[in-house]
Write a protein that binds this ligand. Structure first.
Ligand code: IMP
Length: 176
């Protein structure tokens, strides 16, 4: 596979993640019982950077879902692969997602957190593909809007490759 072309540089990502961390810290404040729920696998790097730059008490949980079968075509159906381990009832939940494409995954997860009786549910996503939206879903903390292209790096993959690139790169059909 060719080296993906840079779409969002490491520096741009780090600057934006810092801004989001400050905004989230200010909005929740010191007394909120905040649980950050990272969506595996793609959000692991975003969650690590975002949570380490926040200045308020927070705990970390993970959830895993699947909606693509080793490729780039959305099936629309979301499957729960692993639920959160801790009890989130009565807590403020911030879902941390890598990328929102059709919106099905995030919508499913918001419903899931409400089923777990979270006190509030908000969402953070590093990237949104605005044109690809099929369902309406609110992203409270958004990093970047991009077009309808497949991106990798900073946690995101194409068939499990390129997750650890420090930047967001674009994969072209001719690259794979
Ligand atoms: P949605 O349910 O269509 O919004 O898809 C969300 C999930 O699809 C994300 O959590 C990613 O795992 C995956 N995904 C969508 N677009 C991309 C992309 O461009 N690169 C890598 N993963 C993507």
């Amino acid at each position: 596979m060719k080296t993906p072309e840079v779409l969002i540089s490491e520096e741009e990502i780090q600057t934006r993640v810092g801004e989001l961390a400050r905004q989230i810290s200010a909005d929740y404040g010191d007394d909120s019982d905040l649980v950050m729920v990272g969506v595996l696998k793609g959000s692991f790097i975003f969650l690590a950077d975002l949570s380490r730059r926040m200045e308020i008490p927070r705990t970390i949980e993970f959830i895993a879902v699947s909606s693509y079968e080793n490729g780039s075509v959305s099936s629309g159906a979301v499957r729960l692969v692993m639920d959160v381990r801790g009890n989130i009832e009565g807590k403020h939940v911030l879902i941390v997602e890598d990328i929102v494409d059709t919106g099905h995954t995030l919508k499913y997860l918001i419903g899931m957190m409400k089923t777990h009786r979270a006190k509030s549910v908000k969402t953070a996503a590093l990237i949104r593909k605005a044109e690809a939206a099929e369902v309406e879903v609110t992203i409270d903390y958004l990093g970047f809007d991009i077009g309808n292209e497949w991106v990798v790096g900073y946690g995101l993959d194409y068939a499990e490759q390129n997750r650890t690139l420090p930047y967001i790169g674009v994969i072209k059909p001719t690259d794979v």
